[in-house]
Design a protein around this ligand. Structure first.
Ligand code: 13P
Length: 341
């Protein structure tokens, strides 16, 4: 394991002003997104759509890394340059989602554990050959207070799998993005989200230590601490920022180079405003950035709508979100910028 190299890749992805584009939607997920714009999810349409994002001029000022799905790792641009090579040539580090999704956790109805560890060592060697320098594994923790969810067992099972994945990545000189996502679905309050997120992160860092994962060569991709979508009281931007910062300061070791939030179903504007408020609120031992999927892609996806003549406006829409999130990295975003061209 080359710790120096792992650390420098991790730091490059969260360099000042930069974050990560999560473009690693699995085939069923990208189909859902394409259904919304009445576009068929063919291999070629997926290639064209992702090429549009990757070739947006100037996006590399704000995007330090791109998470790809396995299919995209092997696809090429119109000019027949493999996507990992194309991204790297623009200074955007290519990475790969390696988990096989959250599956029902036997014995614990309503809960899931993420699968994909079997054969992962061999898969990682192949991804590295194809140019991936980092990986992502998403664990999903649901909240359902009436059902006593999440159980302690589900938190431990998911943290254990995340740590095994992270150790395998580092063995292959691939930076693991550790993503324990506490879902914002449900009617729970921000206080409940905070309690669960803290419990999850404490367990994740306990397991990472047990698995001898070198924290300097990792990134954390957590949820923000936020009110459940169906909660009657929605916390303000300031409250979300304060609770999120408090939770992360309590649980994430300073050796971690960066924290890159998922957007998790927040609107694009909310995700940017929250990131901005967290960064405006204080200085932290780690870089605080983004690894957004929907919050970076919702507007370009809509603008594109599957039509070749919309590609330029869609690129503009993507550039705008990348730039505004880049500004939110340092607390320099303002909501008034949303209406500016
Ligand atoms: P969202 O930002 O859409 O939540 O996606 C991020 C991601 O990679 C989820 O695994």
């Amino acid at each position: 394991m080359n710790v120096k190299q792992l650390n420098s890749v991790a730091r490059a992805m969260v360099a000042p002003g930069k974050g990560i584009l999560a473009a690693d939607e699995s085939s069923p997920t990208i189909k859902k997104r394409f259904d919304q714009i009445n576009t068929e999810s063919t291999e070629e349409n997926r290639r064209v759509y992702r090429q549009m994002l990757f070739t947006t001029a100037g996006a590399e000022q704000y995007i330090g890394g791109v998470i790809l799905f396995e299919e995209t790792l092997g696809q090429s641009s119109d000019g027949e340059v493999r996507f990992p090579k194309l991204l790297a040539s623009k200074g955007m580090i290519p990475g790969i989602k390696v988990d096989k999704g959250a599956k029902a956790l036997a014995g614990y109805p309503g809960e899931t554990v993420t699968e994909g560890l079997d054969g992962l060592r061999e898969r990682l060697a192949g991804y590295r050959e194809q140019g991936a320098q980092f990986a992502k594994w998403r664990a999903v923790i649901d909240i359902d207070e009436a059902k006593g969810i999440p159980s302690r067992f589900a938190i431990e099972a998911n943290a254990h799998a995340l740590a095994r994945y992270a150790a395998l990545c580092q063995e292959a000189d691939i930076v693991p993005i550790v993503e324990p996502e506490v879902l914002m679905d449900g009617a729970h309050s921000i206080e409940v989200c905070q309690r669960v997120t803290e419990e999850v992160l404490v367990e994740v860092y306990r397991q990472l230590a047990l698995h001898r994962v070198v924290l300097e060569g990792t990134l954390l991709k957590p949820n923000m601490v936020i009110s459940g979508k169906k909660c009657s009281t929605q916390a303000s931007v300031r409250e979300v920022a304060a609770a999120t910062a408090q939770t992360l300061l309590r649980t994430v070791p300073g050796a971690v180079p960066g924290i890159v939030f998922l957007s998790g179903g927040q609107s694009s504007e909310e995700a940017t405003a929250h990131l901005n408020a967290i960064n405006a609120m204080g200085r932290y031992p780690w870089e605080v950035s983004f690894s957004y999927g929907r919050a970076l892609q919702a507007s370009p996806l809509q603008a594109w709508s599957g039509r070749p003549d919309n590609i330029e406006v869609a690129k503009d829409a993507f550039f705008k979100r990348a730039k505004l999130n880049g500004l939110a990295r340092s607390g320099d975003y303002d909501a008034s910028m949303e209406s500016a061209a």
